[in-house]
Design a protein around this ligand. Sequence first.
Ligand SMILES: [Zn+2]
Length: 385
Amino acid sequence: MKKCLLYIQCSVIVLMSCTQSRSIVDSGSIETTPHSTQPKNVILIIGDGMGLTQMTAGIYSNGNQSQYERCQYIGIHKPYSSDHLITDSAAGATAFACGQKTYNGAIAVDSDSLPLPTLLEEAEDRGLATGLIATSSIVHATPASFIAHNRHRKNYEEIAEDFLKTEIDFFVGGGKKYFDGRDKDERNLIEELRSRGYRISTYFDEELEEITLDPSERFGYLTSNKEPLPHSQGRDYLPMAVQMGLSHLSAHDGDGFFLMIEGSQIDWGGHANNASYVIDEWKELNEVVGQVLDWAEKDGETLVVITADHETGGLAIQYESKMDSIVAAFTSDYHTGAMIPVYSHGPRAEIFSGIYENTAIYDKIRKAYGWSEPSPRDTRLRQKK
Ligand SMILES: [Zn+2]
């Protein structure tokens, strides 16, 4: 018997919102983190497919500790999409990026396939620097939903074209082929980006760590031809990309930045019903969360929000499990409908506590930045159509 599909999971999950941030630190002094002030920067970290049991399996497999425990506030979102109780990553990321529920497969378009302005575009319109980092291809559903508009997530070559319609300052992910080895046309989008002043490099040319960026240049790095390998098979660019992204975006003059980082492959481990793949990817993202929180704490003006788009695999931790050896069962090779935790840290983190729709992540990030006006891009996008 490989996987037991029939079981009853009787678990009562009580998520407590830590409504008091740690006001007394170990030394006994009062912590003075000004949670009421507005953040200059927002970093949204998405662990694709990272539900509460992925988190549990990860933490127990990691000596019962995680970087997530540094977050002062916890909320829960409802991840369903407009046409299905079980969301896919496209509708899930569109909810975060655009604040609207849409159909599964939609990339930053509404239920009528009309484009919706994204947080990244709004940030750019308001003079902020912007960035995307993923361990999938950069045109895959989650990163795509922050920068592109398409009626279907699989239109990777069209999605790649949308990178030319923004002024994104920093992006790292796989998918070189969709830029310069295209089936639908002869365009070389890498050259087109270069002619617009971008520094574009790829894993064929140089390692990320060999690159020194000029703060004034916009930068893109493509880590593989299609989808990057799993972490366990040698993909290890995420921490380096995050370090570069943070220093590059924060060096931009003035107005702050918006950065989305995706740990894409926790989801792929779930689809493969492979618990060690899930845990390995979780551990990598956990380290990146630590790296980001260290940076944000030092900076003092950065809100960090960490969540998932959905759970993948219906992962359950079985009775035979021990703290350091999790025995997992899966009920599905697809996503499930479980509600998803949201972890937040830094200025305005408190507004992420509570239970809400996945679309509220968008509203709360805008509120944290202090953006009260609707995006002017909304009407522009609609007129273009
Ligand atoms: Zn998935």
